[in-house]
Design a protein around this ligand. Structure first.
Ligand code: FDA
Length: 400
């Protein structure tokens, strides 16, 4: 039997950072991961450049059944703290869009940084190494692993969520949580493209590849539900909608609920179109293409027959208003999402009401901790999920 102070299961963002910090604080740490390749989600993140944090990250950027839970950890390890680690190691970074920070060279830089943290902490890393059983008794935790039995006083579950199973995502963390009596908020794919009924979507499928800035929202009016609204780019796909605007609202979307899109945000389209009538010789389709991508304008006018080809001055105000409303309050109900294969994260997870917000330790079983994405804390798109991984790992490591 090999004995450690702490075993961390999952060598992703949260597990690597927690193991490194705990090791540097003096704990004997074993870090296990069943995947053949280390930290693959960090590697593929941010298009290979890892959007490692968001300068503006705060509790308002996270979804959870218990929204106040993330406050403590986020306050104690801020984006600035992670930036300091990059600066210390002379890793170049840049801001791209709305506080999103990326590595200049690539995601590998972050992986190497985390490995250096582990090395400095004398962490034992075993990979690939699966865990077959977890038991708890008077001597602490006992794990049956591919590398033999292991015992530790503390066990940290950092096995992540369910997105992208082909690179190693499993429900291990949820199973361990349930085994020790924890509630798990139903995990659902989030930051994920939305799909529509094939027949209903057919007229829009020809727009695949078209991108434009929109205001997207969903979730209003549901008792207890939260409303998400984002001004971001939308992307038409063959099966539905994607792009940052849709990924953002997908986290707020409830199956069966509609989403609402303003395809011409920032202008009052009805007033603009009616105002443009005076002395205009332009056709409606030409005028509309001044405010929307031409392909979209054409697609929108197609069901209206010859109306689109009429001189703007001859189109009734009420028809222009109806057209503007259809574009600025486009309501549509997705039939589903692209699922775990395409989701960037999991919404839901280990119920935070049974965890300490200070140490991420179970209130049911002393010595058991859950950190990172396995916990019911989900960030918006834009570096927030890594910030939660770093902050929850750091908070936990202080208690190990
Ligand atoms: P993570 O998933 O990183 O690690 C979990 C580890 O546990 C994995 O190594 C896995 O192999 C291991 N594991 C699972 N089951 C196990 C088992 N049974 N036994 C042993 N080990 C097991 N976020 C962000 O802030 N900025 C970004 O740019 C991106 N980009 C991005 C792109 C894509 C394509 C995806 C899929 C996701 C992102 N994310 C992101 C989200 C981000 O990657 C994610 O939130 C964090 O990696 C979560 O960190 P964790 O350590 O909690 O899980």
């Amino acid at each position: 039997m090999q004995v450690f102070d702490v075993v961390v299961v999952g060598a992703g963002a949260a597990g690597l950072f927690c193991a490194g910090v705990a090791g540097q604080r003096g704990a004997r740490v074993l870090l296990l991961d069943h995947a053949a390749k280390l930290a693959e989600k960090i590697r593929i993140s941010g298009g290979g450049r890892c959007n490692f944090t968001n300068r503006e990250a705060g509790p308002a950027n996270f979804l959870s059944d218990n929204p106040a839970f993330c406050r403590s950890a986020l306050a104690r390890f801020s984006p600035r703290d992670f930036i300091r680690l990059l600066d210390r190691d002379r890793i170049g970074w840049h801001e791209k869009h709305r506080g999103q920070l990326f590595c200049d060279e690539g995601s590998e830089e972050v992986i190497r940084l985390l490995l250096r943290e582990c090395e400095a902490g004398g962490v034992t890393l075993r990979q690939p190494c699966g865990v077959h059983a977890v038991r708890h008794g008077d001597a602490g935790f006992e794990l049956d692993t591919d590398a033999g039995p292991v015992r530790s006083a503390r066990l940290v579950i950092a096995s992540g969520g369910l997105s992208i199973p082909k690179i190693g995502a499993t429900d291990f963390g949820y199973r361990v949580a349930r085994q020790f009596g924890h509630r798990v908020i139903e995990p659902r794919p989030a930051l994920v493209p939305l799909t529509f009924d094939a027949a209903a979507w057919a007229p829009f499928a020809e727009l695949a590849g078209l991108s434009l800035e929109v205001r997207a929202s969903t979730g209003a009016g549901r008792v207890g539900g939260t409303r998400g609204e984002f001004l971001e780019d939308l992307l038409f796909t063959h099966r539905g909608l994607s792009g940052p605007a849709i990924l953002q609202i997908s986290s707020f979307w409830q199956p069966g609920a509609p989403i609402s899109l303003d395809l011409a945000p920032g202008i009052d389209l009805a007033a603009t179109l009616t105002g443009a009538k005076q002395g205009a010789r332009r056709q409606l389709d030409t005028e509309l293409a001044l405010h929307l991508p031409a392909r979209l304008a054409q697609r929108w006018l197609a069901p209206l027959g010859e109306l689109g080809r009429r001189p703007l001055a001859d189109v009734r105000d009420r028809d222009l208003q109806a057209l503007a409303t259809s574009l600025q309050r486009w309501q549509l109900t997705p039939t589903g999402t692209e699922g775990w294969r395409k989701a960037e994260v999991t919404i839901g997870g280990v119920d935070t009401r049974e965890l300490s917000s200070q140490t991420l330790e179970s209130r049911r079983l002393s010595g058991l901790h859950f950190i990172g994405e396995v916990v019911d804390v989900t960030g918006w798109l834009g570096g927030y999920n890594f910030q939660w991984a770093w902050a929850s790992a750091h908070a936990c490591a202080q208690a190990l």
